[in-house]
Structures are given as structure tokens and as C-alpha cells.
Design a protein around this ligand. Structure first.
Ligand code: GLU
Length: 467
């Protein structure tokens, strides 16, 4: 047992965007493979040609790259494996595990109606299923059959799900699944099994919307002479209103979080905790997560997304970044806001202002004060520069111009002297000063903020503000 190498996969269908619940289904198998020194494989399930798009594939690839979920094999596209599926379909036909069924869709509909009218669960009735001693109807001319998988009639199928525990389904609940359409193209559950076999997947960690497929998939594994992998079906992720995450009810895509200035490590940490736990630990890095991750501590009930918690976590990560990295991550956001870098020490500015920001975008917005002229309206200015504050600001302007050093302690010294001379209290001077130079009513301490500006910018803004 223990010698089986761990091989996991993420198998998204490129039919839409990819929300946090989807990427969590990549994160856990990734972490499991990394924890065990195994392999993680990316498989693109693109057989729904009508709905699959290259744009959706690109979003998957970008999301994984941004999150740092690297894969050892892939992306493997199911559409490029058609030959192989046809070959395995042939094997199943030859071994008697599959058979052609000529029932038309009109006949199927009629069958379903009869069953519903009789209060029965609709299911295929086995008309074309070969049985010893049974005479099949002659195949209708010119009709291309579907292929159905011959599900055992007796007994049950069960597996020990690492999240849900023992799951057992009576075979009488399952009818004979269509595994190839009339044009010969294979269907979803069949392709998944062929791929999981060929890719030697040891652990299938996926959303629990696939629990119903699992008994059918296990039967196909066995028909192909293989043992199914270990399954762990992850409970759904709900939005803040308690509904299933989906684009329709406003779920955001992973890349939206990137664009709003969340850090990939913070999002990873958040998702790690959304459905798995390690005691009470809330903040842990990627390597720590990989070291700790196991299937034993996966949550058993649906996890609920909490935007405030994610913001809080992101703020923790912002504060922990080294100044150089912080500035590097911030620059693209400044550019997006149209702020062209000036003679500002961005590292120091970002370190000071990050105390008040939860995302890189918010931090960039705060940094805007260094790049754009303050927009104080005339009335506010009037109020600010009234006596005796106006005189004090003029005096301060002169002192600032004459300071031998341009740093926070010197600026603070100048402010204190002016306060003393003009008999003002700190807020009386600091507020208008802050507003004239930064255009904001709230910033970290004004001397520290001013010190980040080039001195000439401060003097210019004060001069313009004082009119
Ligand atoms: N393609 C499936 C989906 O996107 C996943 C299949 C699987 O993980 O087995 O839901």
C-alpha cells in the first residue's frame, strides 16, 4: 500500500470562470501531492465542446499560476485523448461490459413517462442489454446506437470516502449508463475513469457534487480490471448568504481577487482554512500548510465564505511583506491607477501606509497622495487658513524650508516650535497641514507622512494651499 506513489489531479471543465470553491479543489490535491512528495496533474476536461472555451482554459492556467499551484504533468486535454477513449470503449464491448443500445430518444421519453405515471423512478429498462437466453430485438436499420455500460444488477458498491466515511449505493439504484453517444464520442464519467487509470491517480480529491458519479465510476474501474483510487469529496463552499458559490449569485473569480489587490499567499492561507483545519491555527504560510495538510482534518460540513476574514488575513500578509517585495507588488496597482512614480521612496511610503490598508489596491489609493495634487475645495481651504492657523502655517512653511535635515524628527520639531509660538494645539495645526499637503483628513502621523514627500513638494503644496 504505502509504496503506491501519491498522484493527484485537478480536472476542471473550461466552461466558465473559476471561483474560490473551484480553486480550492485544486489547492487540496496540490497540497496533498506536495506533502507526500508525489505528483500533481492538471487535466482539462474539455469534452463539452459547446461550452468549453480557450478563454476559460486561459483563466484556469492564469489562476493556478498566480496562486502558485504548480503541476508536474499537464495540462492534459481530454479532447486530445479521443483515440484512447475509443480504444477502451472497444475493450469494454469486447469484454461484454458494454453493449449497443438502439433505443431512440422518443422511446426513452415514452419509457420515462410510463415509469413516472406508475410512480417509479425513471431509469433505462435494459431492453438492449444482452442476457443469457434473452433474444434481443433486431437492430433498427440506419440507427447509430449509444453504448451503455453494463452495471451489475445485484449487490452494492461502496467506498470509504476520506471525508464522508463509508458510502454505499445499491446497484439496483443505478441503471446502465451511456458511455458513448451515437457519434461514438465518449461521455463524461467514462473519460474521467480512463484518465484516472492512465494517469495513475492515487487520490481523487474533488467537490462533493461528484459523489453521485462515484459509484458509476467505480464500476467502470473494476470492469477495466483496476482498483479505484482513494476518494475525498469536499463539501461545498457557500457564499455569505448561505447559497452555493456560483457566478450567477455574484461569486467573484480568482483573478478578481488578484486584481483587487489580494496576495496569492493570503488567499491560499484563507482557502486552506476553508474546509480544513490544523488546530486553531489561522495564519500560516504555504510551506507550513504543505507540511501540515492531511485528509483527516478536512471539514465535513459546508464551508461559508467570509469576506471580512479574507480581508483581515490579507492585511496580515501585507504587513508581513518585506518592504522591497511590498513595493514590487504595489507598483502595478499604482500604474493601474495612472500614478506615475515620482521622487518618493515607495518602500518607506508603503510600509507607513499599509497599517491602514487591507489590500494592495487600497494601499495604492492611499499612496495616490504622493503623486497627485490634493483636491481640497475652496471653502475648506478658506476655513483652514483662517487666523490664527493661517499665520502658523506660513511660519511653518518657512521653518520647513530652512530645516537642515528633511526627516520626521526635524519636521516634528518644527511643528512643535510653531505650535508654541502661536499657542495652538496639535490638531489645530496638524489637520489643515495634513489636508493641504495630502488632500486627506486621515493619515498616519503628519510628520512621518510629510517626511516621505520631497521637501519641495510639501512647500509647493503649502504655498498653493495658502494661496
Ligand atoms: N470536470 C469536473 C468538474 O469541473 C471534475 C471532475 C473530477 O474531478 O472528477 O467539476
Amino acid at each position: 500500500m504505502s509504496s503506491t506513489p501519491v498522484r493527484t489531479r485537478f480536472a476542471p471543465s473550461p466552461t466558465g470562470f473559476i471561483h474560490l470553491g473551484n480553486i480550492r479543489s485544486a489547492l487540496y490535491p496540490w497540497a496533498y501531492a506536495r506533502h507526500h512528495g508525489g505528483q500533481f496533474i492538471l487535466r482539462i476536461e474539455d469534452t463539452d465542446v459547446e461550452r468549453s472555451t480557450q478563454a476559460a482554459v486561459d483563466v484556469i492556467l492564469q489562476s493556478m499560476q498566480w496562486m502558485g499551484l504548480d503541476y508536474d504533468e499537464g495540462p492534459i486535454y481530454q479532447m486530445q485523448r479521443m483515440q484512447r477513449y475509443r480504444q477502451v470503449l472497444r475493450e469494454l464491448l469486447d469484454s461484454g461490459h458494454a453493449y449497443p443500445c438502439y433505443m431512440s430518444s422518443a422511446e426513452l421519453d415514452a419509457l420515462r413517462e410510463r415509469q413516472m405515471a406508475a410512480g417509479l423512478k425513471p431509469r433505462y429498462d435494459g431492453t438492449w442489454r444482452p442476457q443469457p437466453g434473452k433474444r434481443l430485438p433486431p437492430p433498427p436499420a440506419g440507427v447509430q446506437p449509444v453504448l451503455r455500460f453494463r452495471t451489475p444488477e445485484e449487490g452494492a458498491v461502496s467506498w470509504n470516502d476520506r471525508v464522508k466515511g463509508l458510502v454505499r449505493v445499491d446497484n439496483s439504484e443505478l441503471d446502465d449508463l451511456v458511455i458513448a453517444r451515437p457519434d461514438g464520442t465518449p461521455t463524461y464519467n467514462f473519460c474521467v475513469v480512463v484518465d484516472d487509470i492512465d494517469m495513475r491517480i492515487s487520490h481523487v480529491i474533488r467537490g462533493d457534487d461528484h459523489v453521485n458519479n462515484t459509484p458509476r465510476q467505480i464500476h467502470i474501474f473494476r470492469a477495466l480490471g483496476c482498483e479505484p483510487p482513494v476518494y475525498a469529496h469536499l463539501p461545498t463552499v457557500l457564499n455569505e448568504q448561505g447559497d452555493k458559490l456560483s457566478k450567477r449569485n455574484g461569486a467573484k473569480s480568482v483573478l478578481d481577487y488578484r486584481d483587487e489587490g489580494y496576495l496569492a499567499d493570503a488567499l491560499l492561507n484563507y482557502l486552506a482554512r476553508l474546509g480544513w483545519s490544523h488546530g486553531d491555527d489561522e495564519v500560516f504560510g504555504r510551506e507550513q500548510f504543505v507540511r501540515w495538510f492531511d485528509l483527516e482534518h478536512l471539514g465535513r460540513s459546508a464551508a461559508q465564505f467570509d469576506g471580512e476574514k479574507l480581508r483581515w488575513l490579507n492585511a496580515q500578509y501585507l504587513r508581513a511583506l518585506a518592504p522591497q517585495q511590498l513595493a514590487a507588488q504595489l507598483r502595478p496597482f499604482l500604474q493601474r491607477l495612472g500614478l506615475r512614480e515620482q521622487a518618493v521612496d515607495l518602500e518607506r511610503a508603503a510600509v507607513l501606509l499599509r497599517e491602514r490598508a487591507s489590500t494592495l489596491l487600497e494601499l495604492a489609493e492611499q499612496c495616490a497622495m504622493f503623486y497627485t495634487e490634493p483636491q481640497a475645495d475652496a471653502a475648506a481651504r478658506q476655513g483652514l487658513v483662517g487666523e490664527p492657523v493661517g499665520q502658523a502655517l506660513h511660519a511653518l512653511q518657512q521653518r520647513l524650508a530652512a530645516l537642515p535635515e528633511w526627516d520626521a524628527p526635524s519636521i516634528s520639531g518644527a511643528i512643535k516650535q510653531v505650535l508654541g509660538e502661536h499657542r495652538l494645539k496639535m490638531p489645530q495645526l496638524a489637520m489643515p497641514l495634513r489636508q493641504l499637503v495630502t488632500g486627506r483628513t486621515q493619515t498616519p502621523s503628519v510628520d512621518a507622512v510629510l517626511a516621505l514627500f520631497p521637501r519641495q513638494t510639501v512647500l509647493d503644496r503649502l504655498r498653493r494651499g495658502l494661496g
